[in-house]
Design a protein around this ligand. Sequence first.
Ligand code: GNR
Ligand code: NI
Length: 171
Amino acid sequence: MAELTVLRTPDPRLRRKAAPVRDFNGTLKKLAENMLETMYAEDGIGLAAIQVGVTSRLVTMDLSSARNHPRVLVNPEILSREGRVSHREGCLSVPDYYDYVERAARIRLRVMDLDGQAREEDCEGLEAICIQHEIDHLNGKLFIDYLSPMKRRRLLKKLGKLKRRETAPVL
Ligand code: GNR
Ligand code: NI
């Protein structure tokens, strides 16, 4: 297994749209394993392939507190949504920023496993929130896109400053 590098905003690669997985082969399984290792190393509850620079509709997740329930979602698709909830979110691609995002409280999901076997399931709570966050990644969307224009401007300014400081030339 190998740990992968997680891209951070404003990396334009986070804005690409991922394509459906069509080849259910060893390369896919290897990528899923490496994504799980990366997700655990970074203490995330979910990770989308887009975040490690791969434009495939592949997501890993583990919502258990013991971190021993790895899940792999291939080509996840929301069939229907119900209700609204607001939850404080964070993102491995947006370090050190957390804020409330409103999403559907319950979703019906169609998803495939690593062998291409499709099934449907109903999700709610943190699981439903995390899946919506990850599917957004697969469509090039970040949770900070939902912020009010004022909050967004403030955050982008802060990120811009951090970036400049990191790359400032040493005189
Ligand atoms: O680790 C994560 N925590 C989290 C908390 C609330 C809502 C969504 C998430 S996902 C995030 C990991 C991540 O960036 N996945 O894309
Ligand atoms: Ni994220």
